[in-house]
Write a protein that binds this ligand. Structure first.
Ligand SMILES: NC(=O)c1ccc[n+]([C@@H]2O[C@H](COP(=O)([O-])OP(=O)(O)OC[C@H]3O[C@@H](n4cnc5c(N)ncnc54)[C@H](OP(=O)(O)O)[C@@H]3O)[C@@H](O)[C@H]2O)c1
Length: 305
């Protein structure tokens, strides 16, 4: 498994992060096999959130591997907080209590990375700064990042938070590539030119913030998987043709398309299927040509100006 540096941190992480949002669908035995398979592929970076399964996903993960301090270092564990029922909450009190809950459920003393899950309109960045300082001093969190945040929201945080923001987890897939399309359609009158994210892709590259694309196989907002989906005939034809050339499955090509972008992204996969997990990991070895990358982009219905 190829590795990248996570943001400006010294952490060397696998290019594929294994998302645990759907681990609830597995029995403990299945979960143990799933995690073991990921580790066998060198995919030891696991993405959690305090809200996945209402906390149950983190519990299942820790229980499945029999987490203890002796084995803790073979994992790189990331989790998120800040989403509550009916609101977002970046208050110091909520961040601190969320992390305590996460550590308890994951049966560990520390998180490698904590992300703030979704922007809170009522954020007081001084409080976030105080929470991060306390968590860092106590050794409970090593590095910090965000999710679904614009450049300006990150800059507002960084005015007060002294730890660098090392990752921004964002929705990005072949069929949801608005952050890429906007860069092609500068100042044009078409819909693709609309600034939806404040140039987050360029901003993250400029500031060495690793983009972690979430839901790399979904179209819409969890509407379904675009692969082998008759709603996307041209896209699937194109992906399958390239998959045949590399003698891999279409799943591998969908991840390889994200990895081909020079921003050095770390896609977060969601599959709980062992074979598909292996296919995702294989993408680490595939380097698409420029022609292939653009052909897939166009086959998804995107028009180059
Ligand atoms: N920061 C955020 O706001 C945010 C939001 C959502 C998710 N996330 C993170 O991102 C991770 C991934 O999200 P996701 O699960 O929605 O992503 P995904 O990888 O796009 O979707 C995975 C789902 O698609 C199914 N699937 C069907 N065919 C597939 C194929 N050929 N290849 C891969 N999957 C296929 C999987 O089923 P099988 O299990 O049967 O393969 C699984 O149910 C989550 O686990 C979570 O860690 C973050």
């Amino acid at each position: 498994m190829r590795k990248i540096t996570l943001g400006t941190s010294p952490l060397q992480v696998p290019v594929i992060a294994v998302g645990c949002m759907r681990i609830l669908s597995l029995s403990l035995t299945e979960a143990e096999r799933f995690i073991r398979t990921a580790l066998d592929h060198g995919a030891n970076f696991f993405d959690h959130a305090d809200i996945y399964g209402g906390g149950t996903c983190e519990e299942i993960f820790a229980e499945a591997v029999g987490m203890n301090s002796a084995m803790r270092e073979q994992f790189i564990l990331q989790s998120k907080c800040g989403i509550r029922r009916g609101m977002f909450d970046f208050s110091k009190e909520h961040i601190l209590s969320s992390v305590d809950g996460i550590l308890k459920r994951l049966k560990t003393d520390y998180l490698d990375v904590l992300l703030l899950h979704r922007p809170d309109a009522l954020v007081e960045p001084e409080e976030v700064a105080a929470a991060f300082d306390q968590l860092e001093r106590a050794g409970k969190v090593r590095y910090f990042g965000v999710s679904n945040q614009t450049p300006m929201q990150i800059q507002l945080l960084q005015k007060y938070v002294k730890q660098p923001i090392i990752a921004n987890q964002l929705q990005l897939s072949i069929t949801n590539a608005t952050m890429i399309s906007q860069g092609f359609n500068v100042n044009m009158e078409n819909g693709a030119a609309i600034q939806r994210d404040g140039s987050v892709l360029d901003y993250c590259r400029l500031h060495d913030i690793t983009i972690q694309p979430w839901s790399p196989f979904q179209y819409g907002f969890f509407e379904g998987v675009f692969l082998d989906n008759e709603q996307f005939p041209e896209l699937n034809r194109q992906i399958n043709e390239i998959a045949d050339k590399y003698a891999v499955r279409n799943t591998t090509i969908a991840i390889a398309w994200l990895l081909r972008h020079p921003a050095r992204m770390q896609p977060v996969t969601g599959t709980m299927n062992l074979e598909r997990l292996s296919d995702c990991c294989r993408a680490s070895e595939i380097h698409l040509t420029r022609e292939e990358w653009y052909a897939i982009y166009r086959a998804a219905g995107n028009v180059l100006p």
